[in-house]
Design a protein around this ligand. Structure first.
Ligand code: KIV
Ligand code: ZN
Length: 503
């Protein structure tokens, strides 16, 4: 079996496309989980794109051990200098630089002749080599390039010192057989290809990113790039969990070993969904809520007789525990901690605050299921901002405006205010704005039930924007859906405050 390197770009191709500013702590949490999952490379961001990205890459480079930390650049000296600076403290730094190679990109976007593109590509790799040994070159829009020109560019950048060459299907235009053929063409025609690892990077515009990546791997690629849950630009990137499990289920067919810990897949997927606010569709392969559910009578009967009849993956292999313990108000801290660790939450700190929220929930609900615990964990993320939700009351007749009274704790002081609005959620958000003395633009608001039944927890997600560059996601859960909404809004404002005050 040859080693297949797993290159995760959730924090770059994934995050950048969402228009969401994940704070440094959120990015670190994702990076730590990616190391537990066992990815080889973490593309932490595009340092020259913003001070926030610079800071995130710098922090991840300094704190995360056990994976190559990579930063993206254009084939521009200034970008490369910024990237090298951000990666300075990394144990194993990689600069990912590149330029577009398709006719449409060269002519219309870059306005450069092919020879100039080759020159810029070589110069970028040489400049990056002044800082780090490990330089990956991306040939943007490679799938729509002239294969002969692609071969020429790749030979030149490998001669200039590129250790990895990335052949992206930037616009998600390929079909598996065509993409496999292109990778094969590169493997057989680039004379010095044995000196570099060939990497594949697919987008999902036609729903074929996973299939194209598998075709690329079969054709000899040594690294696959993608994101958790397939998040990313437009229709997203290749879902790494899908590629990993496709290989896991038919190892002999691919002859490669990704060397990751598949049991961390569910926890990684949940963390990314929770932090980015991008929900995983219930029918999504591998990580969707229904991926291992059997609804029809015939299927249930089959699975009960022999799991293999309708199930190709044992859910435990992707980290979905069979043992569904139900906690209640009688469960102690130890039981709560034990279950949370089993569910993939590494709890390094003391869980007192969490336990108090758990008891409140258990008192309201009676029984607390795994999904409730996931939701409970999902609303953390803005500690230290000095903003804390206390309580609220709302009056509404349905026919007229609603009135909400909200109490918050702001920097240690308990404060209360009231406001009217078009419905209870609007009134609550307005009361919170009054208390804060500043407001944000609400861009998105969703409310979902965590489990089934009328006593289920409500899980609210808001996306808010402050100024031009700060967009964050806030989450809140409660058995009372108005309270869940208030908690989500307060959570988002706390994150905005954290970003603007650097806390
Ligand atoms: O899709 C793409 O071409 C990219 C490159 C910048 C690697 O994301
Ligand atoms: Zn991409």
């Amino acid at each position: 079996m040859r080693k297949l390197y797993i290159f995760d770009t959730t924090l770059r191709d994934g995050e950048q496309s969402l228009g969401i500013t994940l704070n440094v702590r959120e990015k670190l949490d994702i990076a730590r989980q990616l190391v537990r999952f066992g990815v080889d490379v973490i593309e932490a961001g595009f340092p020259a794109s913003s001070p926030g990205d610079m800071e995130a890459v710098r922090t991840i480079a300094a704190e995360i051990k056990g994976a190559v930390i990579c930063g993206l650049t254009r084939a521009v000296e200034r970008d490369i200098d910024y990237c090298a600076e951000a990666l300075r403290a990394a144990e194993a730094p990689r600069i990912h630089t590149g330029i577009a190679v398709s006719p449409v990109h060269m002519e219309k976007k870059l306005r450069l002749a092919p020879d100039q593109v080759v020159e810029a590509a070589v110069a970028a790799v040489k400049h990056a080599k002044r800082y780090v040994h490990d330089v990956e070159f991306y040939a943007e829009d490679a799938f729509r390039s002239d294969p002969a020109f692609l071969v020429r560019v790749l030979e030149k950048v490998i001669d200039a010192g590129a250790t990895v060459v990335n052949i992206p299907d930037t616009v998600g235009y390929a079909t598996p057989w065509e993409y496999g053929e292109l990778i094969s063409h590169v493997m057989h025609n680039v004379s010095n290809i044995h000196r570099a690892v060939v990497s594949i990077h697919c987008h999902n515009d036609l729903g074929m990113a996973t299939a194209n990546s598998l075709a690329g791997i079969k054709a000899g690629a040594g690294q696959v790039e993608g994101t958790i849950n397939g998040i990313g630009e437009r229709a997203g990137n290749t879902s790494l969990e899908e590629v990993v499990m496709a290989i896991y289920t038919q190892r002999e067919r691919y002859g490669v070993d990704p060397g990751v810990n598949t049991r961390e897949i569910a926890a990684t997927s949940r963390l990314v969904a929770r932090i980015t606010g991008v929900p995983v569709p219930s029918h999504k392969a591998i990580v969707g809520a229904n991926a291992f559910m059997h609804a029809s009578g015939i299927h249930q009967d089959g699975v009960l007789k022999e799991r293999d009849t309708y199930e190709i993956i044992d859910p435990e292999v992707v980290g979905i525990p069979k043992n569904r313990i139900v906690l209640s108000a009688r469960s102690g801290r130890h039981a709560l901690r034990h279950r949370l660790v089993e569910l993939g939450y590494p709890l390094e700190t003391d869980i007192d605050m969490l336990y108090q929220r758990f008891l409140q929930l258990a008192d309201q609900k009676g029984e607390v299921y795994d999904d409730d615990l996931h939701a409970l964990m999902g609303q953390n993320g803005a500690n230290g901002s000095g903003i804390c939700f206390k309580n609220l009351s709302v009056t509404t007749t349905g026919a007229t405006t609603a009135t909400a009274t909200v109490t918050l704790e702001l920097d240690g002081n308990t404060v209360t205010d009231a406001a009217c609005g078009n419905g209870p959620v609007d009134a609550v958000f307005k009361a919170i704005d009054r208390l804060m003395g500043w407001s944000v633009k609400l861009e998105d608001y969703t409310l979902k039930s965590v489990s089934r039944g009328s006593e289920a927890l409500g899980n609210a997600t808001v996306k808010v924007r402050s100024g031009d560059n700060i967009a964050v996601v806030g989450r809140g859960v409660s058995i009372d859906v108005i309270e869940a909404s208030a908690r989500a809004y307060v959570n988002a404002l706390a994150k905005v405050k954290g970003i603007t005050t650097g806390r």
